[in-house]
Design a protein around this ligand. Structure first.
Ligand SMILES: [Fe+2]
Length: 346
């Protein structure tokens, strides 16, 4: 396994680059905008292909690298379903998994620091975001933070992981890099409480000043979505309603770019072909499936995904490859549901 813990000095943020092998797919957790060049360099040096960028929560102390990484590597951006960001490519909920080739992260909803805080488990370790820090816990006094919810996330979820589980937090201000669940249970001063009330009193008495970057970082991090308007201006977008009217027409082919888990959970537009976004580029090459389909001259190859971000990138890539019939559903399945478009289960 390839595992790199990367540090941003300015915000004391840890980011994690993970892959199962050299030459394979990689994901990054909590990337920082100012460090994006470094991540991309490292990805290149290790001969990796960055396919997912994940934020544990909406950060208040630094601007996320999710948007920049998506623009430069066409990776899929991932956050929790509660997150207030305008668009991420994929949203996850408790019990879901974040998969790349050879690596599967478990998803645990751990609200409290913010209402969109998630932790991610992988084999012998857990990425705790700002829910559990080394000898500390994330503050709960802004962004819908809630000490009682955090108590439950800590005691009801994270501390139930095996004692030997390595703890990799999103920040450290003292120079620690890694801990374990057992060590934190024993020595983390915030965890030496006897009740939820005691924990809430402790957190409510901290009286911390706002993070320096908060007024800049939070609004910036809310707007990381790919502007689908650019694709629309080129005439490559269809509204959900327009797509619904094309449904069943032989000259239209719908292509679902989502992952199997999303299809199972959210349903499928009837008669659509499944082709994961990760496999798009090889299918766009000559001899690839999309090339062959385009040669059959359909009026429209209509890509769709969860929110329209992956499909907007797919349209651009397809147009670049000369597939002029490529369109996508603006707003994705979310817009489709709002337009009462029919859905089926496999
Ligand atoms: Fe945070």
């Amino acid at each position: 396994m390839i595992f790199r813990q990367l540090f941003d000095h300015t915000s004391s943020t840890y980011s994690y680059l993970i892959a199962s092998r050299q030459g394979g797919e990689a994901l990054i957790i909590d990337p920082v905008l100012e460090r994006v060049d470094r991540y991309i360099q490292l990805v290149r040096e290790l001969d990796l292909k960055l396919v997912k960028a994940v934020d544990t929560h909406l950060h208040a102390d630094h601007i996320t690298g999710l948007g920049a990484l998506r623009e430069r590597t066409h990776c899929i951006t991932v956050m929790g379903e509660q997150s207030g960001v305008d668009v991420v490519s994929m949203r996850v909920a408790d019990g879901d998994r974040v998969d790349i080739e050879g690596v599967s992260l478990g998803v645990i909803y751990t609200p409290g620091h913010t209402d969109d805080s998630y932790s991610f488990t992988m084999a012998d370790r857990v990425f705790t975001g700002d829910t559990l820090l080394i000898r500390g816990t994330g503050r709960t006094d802004f962004q819908n933070g809630d000490p009682r919810a955090q108590y439950e996330s800590l005691f009801g979820r994270l501390l139930r992981l095996p004692d030997e589980t390595f703890v990799y937090p999103a920040h450290d201000y003292k120079g620690d890099t890694v801990s374990t669940i057992g060590e934190e249970r024993a020595f983390n001063p915030r965890l030496q409480v006897r009740s939820v009330d005691e924990y809430a009193d402790l957190m409510n008495s901290l009286k911390l000043s706002d993070p320096k970057m908060m007024d800049v970082a939070v609004p910036a991090n809310m707007r990381i979505g790919l502007a689908q308007e650019t694709v629309a201006r080129n005439g490559w977008a269809l509204s959900a309603t327009e797509t619904r009217d094309l449904l069943g027409k032989p000259e239209t082919l719908l292509i679902d770019l989502r992952e199997g888990s999303e299809r199972d959970k959210q349903g499928i537009i009837p008669n659509s072909l499944h082709l994961r976004y990760q496999d798009l580029r090889k299918n766009l090459q000559s001899g690839g499936l999309l090339h062959q389909l385009a040669a059959a001259k359909p009026a429209h190859l209509v890509f769709y995904c969860a929110f329209g971000e992956r499909s907007a990138m797919a349209v651009q890539a397809a147009q670049d490859a000369g597939l002029e019939a490529a369109r996508h559903i603006h707003g994705g399945l979310q817009a489709w549901k709002l337009a009462n478009g029919p859905l089926t289960r496999q």
